[in-house]
Design a protein around this ligand. Structure first.
Ligand SMILES: CCCCCC/C=C/C(=O)SCCNC(=O)CCNC(=O)[C@H](O)C(C)(C)COP(=O)(O)OP(=O)(O)OC[C@H]1O[C@@H](n2cnc3c(N)ncnc32)[C@H](O)[C@@H]1OP(=O)(O)O
Length: 365
């Protein structure tokens, strides 16, 4: 190495120390240890401090990293440090995700949901506000696709919420409309297959899944809350699963989870007798984690979620999966059974009459 390159290397070394502080993405512990060791070697020479005790994990890892550089010269250490930082900076500027300012990145190609990622949180927002976020067939499919993507992306947690004044009015009753009598059985069979797959995506979701209930929730959007890991609600939200009123029966694993969460007597009021809960009641009954005043709901909840999303991602995922693993098989069995019963219900006069009444504007919840 010539004197000239050493000189440049010293300047670059100082610049690299500045650049490392500006990295937007955490380079990971292994790389951070390498940087630490090269910096120490470059500035102090070979490792000269006493070996820390076995139980002092952090100090021991740093000491090991520095010590592993042996007699590497200070010039070489400076050079290697500078090169490592330069490779991290280039990798970051080539990656469109990290170029990402703290701005939201929007996932493309959805019509009925709005999917965005920001601050390690992927948000899946029901986006049919003019229909109170009722879930039509396309929306069932798009929610499943969004969950699949969120399960695999870089986010730490995923959030489900609604756009507009409703969280969601549940199943879009148009899913049952304009069906010829000869097609009824097929409609019911296909509906049961779709519903089973849809609920299965919630059972199997691999990361913490949080419901941010911004307004009233109806039907399947209430029952699915039992499969979420945390439920935050605005004090404007209500929770209504009027299955018997609609001639239907419970889904979303609620026939198993609701009695477990709130006790059989309270679950019966919701699932058999159509009791609509206020947010405060849903919280007292264990379905909702915490209720916030509507005026500060978004601000308080997102601040809380951003703090949660900065926790170690893999630890959260394995812990969620561990908790879910105790129940997974059972939940899939419950889901199958519920869909089987609903397939029959959809062909019943009770259900058909309820749907007809809704479209004749005779019945609203
Ligand atoms: C593959 C099938 C799987 C099935 C899974 C099983 C799922 C079960 C359930 O989810 S059961 C629950 C079903 N939901 C309902 O029965 C709610 C019906 N809606 C209402 O009662 C009311 O709309 C309301 C109380 C939610 C809101 O009332 P209001 O504030 O007065 O608003 P509007 O009624 O004027 O609604 C505006 C606009 O949206 C349409 N809409 C609202 N909800 C639904 C719905 N669930 N299905 C279809 N359409 C809905 C409503 O008709 C209005 O449309 P318009 O402006 O008239 O075109």
């Amino acid at each position: 190495m010539t004197a000239a390159t050493m000189q440049v290397s010293q300047q670059d070394f100082e610049k690299a120390q500045e650049q490392v502080k500006l990295l937007k993405k955490d380079p990971g512990n292994e790389t951070k240890l390498k940087l630490y060791a090269l910096f120490k070697q470059a500035t102090e020479g070979p490792c000269n401090s006493p070996k820390p005790g076995m139980l002092d994990f952090v100090k021991k890892a740093k000491w090991d990293a520095w010590n592993s550089l042996g007699n590497l010269s200070q010039d070489n250490a400076r050079q290697k440090y500078t090169e490592l930082v330069s490779s991290l900076v280039s990798a970051e500027s080539a990656d469109p995700k990290t170029d990402a300012s703290p701005e939201e990145s929007r996932h493309g190609d959805y019509e009925t949901v709005l999917v965005t990622t920001k601050n390690s949180i992927t948000k899946i927002m029901f986006n049919r506000p003019e229909k109170k976020n009722a879930i039509n067939h396309k929306m069932y499919r798009e929610i499943m696709k969004a969950l699949e993507e969120a399960g695999k992306d870089d986010s730490t947690i995923a959030v489900i919420t609604g756009n507009g004044d409703y969280y969601s009015s549940g199943n879009d009753l148009n899913n049952f409309a304009n069906i010829q009598p000869s097609e009824m059985e097929k409609m019911a069979k296909d509906g049961a297959v779709l519903l089973k797959e849809f609920v299965g995506h919630f059972i199997d979701f691999p990361k913490p899944l949080i419901a941010v209930v911004n307004g009233p929730a109806v039907g399947i959007c209430v029952t699915l809350l039992g499969l979420c890991d945390i439920v935050y609600a605005s004090d404007r939200a209500t929770f209504h699963s009027p299955f018997s009123e609609l001639g239907q029966s419970p889904e979303g694993c609620s026939s198993y989870l609701f009695p477990k969460i709130m006790g059989l007597a309270k679950a019966n009021e919701i699932l058999l007798f159509n009791k609509k809960l206020t947010a405060a009641e849903a919280c007292a009954w264990g379905l909702v984690t915490e209720v916030f005043p509507d005026s500060t709901f978004q601000k308080e909840v997102w601040a809380r979620l951003e703090a949660y999303a900065s926790l170690p991602k893999n630890s959260l995922a394995v812990s969620k999966q561990l908790l879910r693993s105790m129940e997974k098989e059972k939940l899939h069995a419950v889901n199958s059974k519920e869909c089987e019963v609903l397939q029959e219900r959809w062909l019943s006069d009770e259900c058909i009459n309820a749907v007809v009444s809704f479209f004749q504007k005779k019945a609203k919840l």
